[in-house]
Design a protein around this ligand. Structure first.
Ligand code: IMP
Ligand code: MG
Length: 184
């Protein structure tokens, strides 16, 4: 796999398409077993989780599965700006429901904290989170995903739904920012 350049930055291969595929299928089975007694509604966090959610839920493969969408953002460029902006609200009634949030990545954990609070105010039965990636060293809240695909270091990543200034979402594997090598 080759490095790619997007705008001003260079990215190198990090997690391959095949590794993602295998892990997503295994995660779907974990979810199926853990949620066997529930009738959950899945909430896909746009835009970053759209590809993960599609692959995960098709592997989860239950005919009565419900999915809805929510679009919030806190990121600009390669870092979180902290303040959450809502672009698309939840359009379904989740009162009394078990909600499983599908995230692309848990970084500072601020989005998760705000999401759990938001769902609590909507009187859900419980809110759970499945995230493809988890950066434990970057997490500054007490919120962790209930399931995750890969634990990764605190480096910026893109591909498989995740973007750098809206580009790179359709890359089939995950790339990470190439470290600048100093030349003397
Ligand atoms: P948090 O609120 O800091 O946990 O960040 C959550 C959101 O920021 C994620 O759902 C992503 O959309 C975005 N994000 C965090 N880290 C990255 C990254 O390395 N690449 C692309 N987006 C990221
Ligand atoms: Mg996201």
């Amino acid at each position: 796999m080759k490095n790619i350049r997007l705008q001003d930055l260079e990215f190198e291969p990090f997690i391959s398409e095949e590794e993602i595929k295998q892990r997503v299928h295994a995660l779907a089975q974990e979810l199926k077993a853990a949620l066997a007694e529930e009738n959950p509604v899945f909430v896909c966090m746009l835009s970053g989780a759209f590809i993960f959610a599609a692959d995960l839920l098709r592997a989860y493969d239950k005919d009565n599965t419900e999915i809805s969408f929510l679009k919030w953002s806190s990121y600009q460029g390669t870092s979180s700006k902290g303040k959450m902006t809502e672009h698309l609200p939840l359009l379904i009634d989740v009162k009394g429901r078990t909600v499983v949030i599908i995230e692309d990545i848990v970084d500072s954990g601020r989005t998760l904290e705000a999401l759990h609070q938001h769902l609590k105010e909507k009187d859900v039965k419980k809110s759970l989170v499945v995230s493809l990636l988890y950066k434990p060293q970057a997490c500054i809240t007490n919120y962790r995903p209930d399931w995750f695909g890969f634990e990764i270091p605190s480096k910026f990543v893109l591909g498989y739904g995740m973007d750098y200034n809206e580009q790179g979402r359709l890359l089939k594997s995950i790339y990470t920012l190439k470290e600048k090598t100093s030349s003397c």
